[in-house]
Design a protein around this ligand. Structure first.
Ligand SMILES: Cc1cc2nc3c(=O)[nH]c(=O)nc-3n(C[C@H](O)[C@H](O)[C@H](O)COP(=O)(O)OP(=O)(O)OC[C@H]3O[C@@H](n4cnc5c(N)ncnc54)[C@H](O)[C@@H]3O)c2cc1C
Ligand SMILES: NC(=O)c1ccc[n+]([C@@H]2O[C@H](COP(=O)([O-])OP(=O)(O)OC[C@H]3O[C@@H](n4cnc5c(N)ncnc54)[C@H](O)[C@@H]3O)[C@@H](O)[C@H]2O)c1
Length: 472
């Protein structure tokens, strides 16, 4: 049994943990990085990358099928084994890249073990070794929730940790959870020819505000069933699994459980670290420094359940690592504008803050009537842009729109640059592009906020450019 001494111990070698270790070392600290597997990050192995690879195949199948609307006849034949083989092959390339960066860490940095706290700066490992550290970064990520009723049908369940290992596509798939994870994979599977139905206990899709969620619901339910406000009961049925709900029943080969990803904190014995926990058992922390209370303990990435997306895990790890190394000399960061994107088609996105109540205006555009969207045969969705009524300063937006992943970035950047709707209208908009749709919503903001539009620009609608203003 060894006792290791270090300046900074990082628990978890995912995106947040790797960033924390790197930046603590850059700041001059000695470091130890502890992980039971060093398998690669969630993003590369079972998250962002394999899901987007599956979506890429689904886009290809859908594009071929839709081509006939443009007068091009094609009938796709989906080879499920080949699709999944490509997903894994390219996924493994991404994972190899992560593993190479782990292999390149200075010798002795990595400890292959599961860690838990014995005291504030003391960790015990499941190898029996101990680590004593001046500061600790918790970067243990999150894992799939398994609601109790689903334990009885375990053999038929898939999660994001197993779905990409399938050798072939199932014939049918029930999806529990209409968050980004459930919806992205449900739509991809549907487009690849799998019979899909989605169930969610809540009333929103992909965490979107009501109007954007309704718009996405309208589009997606043209293709497959989505039941909201529904917690079906699972049971074994022949070689598959049945879901029963009030007034209905359906059988599936497999169920994908996408019911959220709570942080991996339960095995850490956080109470021994003396941390104050919130009602979910997550340490209270300062999002400007990532410090937990006033302890020399920092928490980053999905483990803190604050902004569980990749770019935030990376940034939070950077701040946590730097501050752990310099503790008690902490540096505070201003957070980026919140940005989350669900890669459904059309994409759903929430940017900044969605205000509720007076003091704000909401400019709207209907992508059902937008020039470039018509050209592409993608006339679906909307964008709502929120701004302060007093000066038109942009504060947030919700989208369900073709090209939404790009529109969302433009809006996030404009909000972070503290632009007004008029400022944004003053920027170049090429023609004919999906971005032109945003001009309708920005003009709508200017009108409602009594804001002058740039005098030297013609921002009136061009034929076949802007979308219409939706009612309501
Ligand atoms: C299917 C899916 C798709 C996604 N798509 C996107 C997307 O398109 N865009 C986006 O921005 N985000 C996406 N995300 C979210 C993104 O993947 C996560 O926010 C990000 O990977 C979190 O990184 P992390 O470092 O916090 O956790 P992880 O990468 O999960 O790392 C946590 C590490 O901690 C280790 N660990 C756990 N407990 C212990 C312990 N006790 N001791 C030692 N080590 C421990 C684990 O082994 C693991 O290596 C997706 C997630 C999923 C599941
Ligand atoms: N594009 C992206 O950025 C992306 C994609 C996939 C996943 N992710 C991340 O992965 C994490 C997990 O995603 P998620 O979609 O699973 O989480 P989520 O929490 O966003 O959604 C889970 C959904 O499951 C529903 N649910 C929970 N228990 C249920 C039950 N018993 N029956 C029916 N419905 C139930 C909830 O109402 C909720 O809508 C999130 O942190 C997300 O940010 C991100």
């Amino acid at each position: 049994m060894a006792t290791y001494n270090t300046d900074v111990a990082v628990i978890g070698a995912g995106t947040a943990g790797l960033a924390a270790e790197h930046h603590a070392r850059q700041a001059g600290a000695t470091t130890l990085l502890i992980d039971p597997a060093f398998a690669g990050t969630t993003c590369a192995t079972v998250g962002c990358m394999p899901s987007k690879l599956l979506i890429a195949a689904a886009d290809a199948a859908h594009g071929a099928r839709k081509a006939r609307d443009l007068g091009v006849m094609a009938e796709p034949r989906v080879d499920g084994r080949a699709v999944l083989k490509r997903v894994r092959r390219l996924r493994d390339d991404f994972v190899r890249g992560v593993r190479q960066s782990i292999d390149a860490l200075p010798e002795g940095t990595c400890l292959k073990a599961c860690a838990r706290f014995e005291a504030s700066g003391v960790l015990v490992l499941d190898t029996g070794d101990r680590v004593e550290a001046r500061a600790v970064v918790i970067a243990t990520g999150a894992g799939p929730a398994l609601p109790k009723p689903y334990e009885a049908v375990k053999d038929h369940l898939l999660t994001n940790e197993t779905i990409f290992e399938l050798e072939d596509l199932p014939e049918s798939l029930g999806v529990i959870g209409a968050g980004p994870l459930g919806l992205e994979l449900a739509q991809a599977m549907h487009r690849l020819g799998v019979r899909v139905k989605v169930f969610d206990a809540g009333d929103r899709l992909a965490g979107l505000p009501p109007r954007a969620s309704e718009a996405l619901h309208r589009v997606l339910t043209k293709a497959f069933l989505i039941r909201l406000g529904c917690k079906p009961e699972p049971s074994e049925r022949n070689a598959g699994v049945a879901l029963t709900w009030e007034g209905g029943e359906a059988c599936f080969d497999k169920l994908l459980v996408a019911a959220g990803r709570p942080p991996n904190l339960s095995g850490l014995d956080l109470e021994k670290a003396g941390l104050e926990l919130d009602e979910y058992g997550t340490p209270r922390f300062d999002p400007g420094t990532m410090q937990c209370g006033d302890a020399p303990i920092f928490i980053a990435g999905d483990a803190n359940h604050d902004r569980p997306v990749l770019h935030e895990a990376s940034d939070e790890g950077t701040v946590a690592g730097r501050n752990a190394a310099a503790w008690p000399d902490l540096r505070r960061t201003a957070r980026k504008v919140p940005l989350s994107i669900a890669f459904t088609r059309p994409e759903g996105a929430v940017i900044g803050s969605i205000p509720d109540g007076p003091g704000h205006v909401c400019g709207k555009v209907d992508y059902g009537d937008q020039g470039r969207a018509k050209v592409e045969g993608r006339v679906q969705g909307l964008a709502h842009i929120y701004a302060r009524a007093s000066d038109g300063r942009l504060v947030g937006a919700a989208l369900c729109a073709p090209g939404g992943e790009h529109l969302a970035h433009l809006l996030a950047w404009a909000i972070q640059c503290e632009m007004t709707a008029s400022d944004m209208l003053g920027l170049p908009f090429y023609h004919p592009v999906l971005e032109e749709g945003l001009k309708t919503a920005l003009r709508d903001v200017c009108r409602q906020a009594g804001l002058a539009r740039p005098w030297q620009r013609n921002d009136d609608p061009l034929p076949g450019s802007d979308g219409g203003v939706p009612e309501g």
